[in-house]
Design a protein around this ligand. Structure first.
Ligand SMILES: Cc1ncc(COP(=O)(O)O)c(C=O)c1O
Ligand SMILES: N[C@@H](CCOP(=O)(O)O)C(=O)O
Length: 401
């Protein structure tokens, strides 16, 4: 049993209403369960495979989900980078290992399943790339048409390739992601498409399972800190919401310090935390190499600020150079391939550790959100091209010398 509740004024709505913002105050909605009525134990969960659907009692879908086997992603111990930073308990949860290569799949399995249960006939989103790749794939699996709006020239090649190949109707706008989101929201309201950006409360339910899995992979222990790259701020809000539910159920007895990392050229949440603002000031011209988090007006900011403040967490910004350096370090020192936005979380921890702003004994989990192959152009720009030689052994030996 659950209902939709406004995160700001508490107004409630029936779960089958197609609604994204509160009719009374215009703020976002969230899914509220009757947690007293939830009948499941941690032992029962632990008997099921590690996946989004291990936690189905805390998800809104009732029928058979539209699934591509999402979740169950690896949690890696970053021994080498951790050693350099003096952090013996530094981990990365690799969300790039999901079916379309990002954490969005956790959200889309739930969001597209709900679209089908609610009888919606077309799904839509705006995207910096990953949301569109994921929605296109899940819409294909669910047999439902899909429309995506992208900021022209600002989406990594791998992500566009995915949206196109999965059969979405792809439109590029001459404007940034924030404008694309406004446009698609308007389109969905006026023409009855189902909006599957992070304003959709059901989609975020799937993403909260990142936190559930992390704790299960740590043998039931809560990490001291969870670090996430922040763009539209849905993921950090979702993970916090899920962990609060586990706390209310008595499955955990504390929360990690939720820590958000943004790019220096796109850091409205960091500024709101640093300046102790109640309401975030949007940035009109966000810019960063980490195009996935090139977002100036994060729609979930209100929830993200609560998550960070209520847990004693923090927010920090990293430069593009710091992001790319960490992308290379993860690849070369740990064997972990991630896209630039994902490297931001670990780059943020490097910065906080070097500034002495975190306790070196903390157990820290960085969520690395998308796969290296999402943005091959940024990878190739950083690496030496292959050496081309004549096809004979002497040439090979001389090239290797
Ligand atoms: C790879 C990647 N990392 C991080 C983010 C930021 O997540 P959120 O928008 O939920 O803050 C996104 C996009 O949203 C993304 O695609
Ligand atoms: N990085 C995101 C931006 C959109 O965020 P959403 O969570 O609101 O869908 C993307 O991949 O498009």
């Amino acid at each position: 049993m659950y209902r939709l509740v406004c995160v700001h004024c508490g107004a409630t709505y029936s779960p089958d209403q197609i609604i994204y913002t509160c009719n009374r105050c215009g703020h976002l909605l969230t899914v509220e369960y009757d947690l007293d009525g939830i009948d499941v134990s941690r032992d029962e969960w632990n008997r099921r495979p590690l996946s989004v659907w291990r936690y189905r009692e805390l998800l809104p879908v009732r029928g058979e989900p539209v699934s591509l086997q999402e979740g169950g992603t690896p949690l890696y111990h970053l021994k080498n980078i951790g050693k350099e930073l003096g952090l013996s308990e530094l981990y990365a949860k690799h969300e790039g290992m999901n079916p379309t290569g990002s954490f969005k799949d956790r959200g889309m399995t739930v969001g597209v399943s709900m679209a089908c249960e609610l009888g919606m006939t077309t799904v839509a989103c705006a995207s910096t790339g990953n949301t569109s790749a994921s929605l296109a794939a899940y819409a294909a699996k669910g047999g439902i048409p899909c429309v995506v709006l992208l900021p022209a020239g600002k989406v990594a090649l791998g992500k566009i390739a995915q949206a196109l190949m999965h059969g979405a109707r792809v439109i590029s706008i001459r404007g940034n992601f924030d404008r694309a989101l406004e446009m698609v929201h308007e389109l969905c309201i006026s023409h009855g498409l189902y909006l599957l950006n992070s304003v959709n409360p059901y989609r975020l339910e799937g993403q909260k399972t990142i936190g559930f899995e992390t704790i299960d992979q740590l043998g039931g222990e809560v990490p001291d800190r969870m670090v996430l790259p922040v763009g539209n701020a849905g993921n950090i809000s979702a993970v916090y919401k899920g962990l609060r539910e586990l706390e209310t159920l008595g499955f955990i007895d504390r929360l990690p310090m939720m820590t958000g990392i943004q790019a220096a050229g796109s850091q409205p949440v960091v500024k709101a935390i640093e300046q102790n603002l109640e309401v975030l000031v949007p940035e009109s011209a966000p810019e960063t190499v980490a195009t996935a988090i090139r977002i100036g007006a994060p729609v979930n900011a209100e929830k993200a600020l609560v998550a960070i403040r209520a847990t004693g967490g923090t927010a920090a910004a990293v430069t593009d150079e710091e992001i790319l350096a960490m992308q290379r370090d993860l690849a070369r020192k740990e064997g972990i391939g991630v896209e630039p936005a994902s490297a931001a979380s670990v780059a943020g921890i490097r910065k906080l550790a070097e500034l002495g702003l975190i306790d070196k004994d903390e157990r820290i989990v960085c969520v690395v959100t998308g796969h290296l192959l999402k943005d091959p152009e940024t990878v190739v720009r950083q690496c030496e091209p292959p050496t081309e030689i004549d096809a004979d052994l002497p040439s090979l030996l001389s090239a290797l010398r």
